[in-house]
Design a protein around this ligand. Structure first.
Ligand code: SAH
Length: 471
């Protein structure tokens, strides 16, 4: 909440250095600042003399709160601070007690001020240091002229409203300005160049036919939202509609625009969701309406994600599309579990296999080459493997893999709930059920799995390494 304090009576109780900082902050709001304190630092005296605030050099009294819109309490006496806070609460006047989150009704955030652009940071009172670090990073990230850019964009709103009839069109116009050369020029100081581009754009947009829709197939990665690519982030922020799988983490969807439509078309194993035909139809229909559609899939869209089939449907319907790859579960999970999928001494090839039932009602898959998957020097990663674990192990053993071949299961990989269980191939099924692993999970079979205990670095599995290092 950003509070308009212009002309409003604000009271600061206290007259020390902390109070001085609050005065400096409040001065920029145009509030009428009142201060009461028995002792006042010289700098505040000077400001009072210059007419920047009204001083009462005495102890606080309850009727100091009359007609006040906001109170900041900054005396050095905690009990006094709390008593004043209670009085404020009784009168419904918002109060902040410096360094006393519990007694405060509102928090004063750390701010990045590029008037009229204001970024406020709060850690909920948990860590002022963290808030300050975040502010420093944002200060470096946000261009100095962003405030002026905001004012310029505001000035363009009226002309845009006259030329561009519908709100989607106007939004696109402003997005092109902000993301494109006009915005860049403005921020770099060439406001005339920016204005020229804006005028051209406005003339062009108002005569152009409605933009054609398109579909971007985006890989959301295996779980950790920070494994998203920069391109995926951009696509999410530009999307009008997002069709996502169940496996896509909520934290990834958070990156989308607030007003983007999100549709879950997920199929969990064993559950009935939208059929592939229904999903294809939704993609085509939304794109035909001129929308920017993102089809968001867990991991990589081309690895057991039916991305290929969806593109075929789009191609047949003559819809524009593009693909943004993602980190597939095998790569993400192996990295976070500490299993190098290839290694000069242990594995020369890696195979990704789907362990899904041979027929899912729509298509029929061929049996994999079980013998090849169990050969020495091969790493095999089985997707969708938990339910079919016993079957996979039996097939590998039957086709010649030794029972002592190292095997591992990574469940909920790259997330805070990641769990890794390793065992000999012959006993991995028993180990998995003893551990009660949850899906989604991957099975990795190959000599490289033996390296896992010494290379684990993420989550609980890493404890062993840390203990070794300190010993
Ligand atoms: N396109 C996805 C795979 C979809 S199939 C990708 O590239 O990753 C879904 C299967 O992926 C799950 O059954 C599971 O085997 C695996 N999987 C996905 N996310 C996972 C995760 N965080 N941890 C372990 N396995 C995962």
């Amino acid at each position: 909440m950003f509070f308009d304090l212009a002309g409003q009576k604000v009271l600061i109780v206290g007259g020390g250095e902390v109070a001085l900082r609050k005065v400096s902050l409040l001065e920029r709001t145009g509030a009428s600042i009142n201060m009461v304190a028995p002792q006042i630092v010289p700098e505040l005296m000077q400001r009072a003399a210059a007419g920047q605030l009204k001083l009462a050099i005495r102890e606080f009294a309850a009727d100091d709160l009359d007609g006040v819109r906001l109170v900041i309490v900054a005396t050095s006496r905690r009990a006094v601070n709390r008593w004043i806070a209670t009085l404020c609460e009784a009168r419904n006047v918002p109060v902040n007690v410096v360094d006393d989150r519990e007694a405060s009704r509102f928090i004063v955030p750390a701010i990045v001020d590029r008037d009229p652009v204001l970024v406020a940071i709060s850690t909920g009172g948990t860590s002022p240091v963290l808030a300050r670090r975040l502010r420093e990073r944002l200060e470096a990230l946000i261009p100095a002229r962003i405030g002026r850019l905001a004012s310029w964009l505001q000035a363009l709103r009226e002309p845009a409203r006259q030329k561009l009839r519908d709100t989607d069109e106007r939004r696109r116009f402003f997005e092109t300005l902000v993301d494109g050369p006009a915005g860049r020029r403005f921020v770099e100081g060439d406001s005339q160049g920016a204005q020229r581009i804006a005028q051209q754009l406005l003339a062009a947009t108002s005569t152009a036919p409605r933009a054609a829709g398109e579909v971007t197939l985006v890989g959301a990665g295996p779980g950790d939202p920070e494994l998203l690519t920069l391109k995926a982030l951009r696509a999410l922020q530009d999307a009008d509609v997002i069709l996502h799988d169940r496996l896509v983490p909520a934290a990834v969807l958070e990156f989308a625009r607030r007003d983007a439509v999100r549709i879950c078309v997920g199929k969990a194993a064993g559950n009935v969701g939208s059929t592939q035909q229904e999903i294809n139809a939704l993609l085509i229909e939304n794109a035909r309406q001129g929308r920017r559609v993102v089809r968001l899939k867990g991991g990589d869209p081309f690895i057991f994600g039916r991305g290929g089939e969806e593109l075929q449907a789009l191609a047949a319907a003559q819809i524009n599309f593009s693909v943004i790859p993602g980190i597939t579960a095998a790569l993400g999970c192996a990295a976070y579990a500490g299993i190098p999928l290839t290694h000069r001494d242990h594995a020369q090839s890696v195979t990704f296999v789907t362990a899904h039932a041979q027929s899912d009602g729509e298509t029929t898959l061929k049996e994999p080459d079980w013998r090849a998957l169990g050969l020495p020097g091969a790493t095999s990663v089985f997707y969708m493997g938990l339910a079919r674990l016993d079957h996979i192990v039996a097939k590998l053993l039957e086709h010649g893999a030794p029972g002592i071949r190292p095997a591992g299961i990574i469940s909920q990989g790259t997330t805070p709930d990641q769990r890794v269980v390793t065992a000999a191939l012959a006993t991995i099924g028993a180990a998995a059920s003893a551990a009660g692993l949850q899906s989604p999970a991957l099975l990795v079979v190959g000599d490289v799995v033996a390296l896992q205990p010494s290379l684990a670095w993420f989550g609980t599995g890493a404890a062993a390494v840390e203990l070794c290092q300190t010993a």
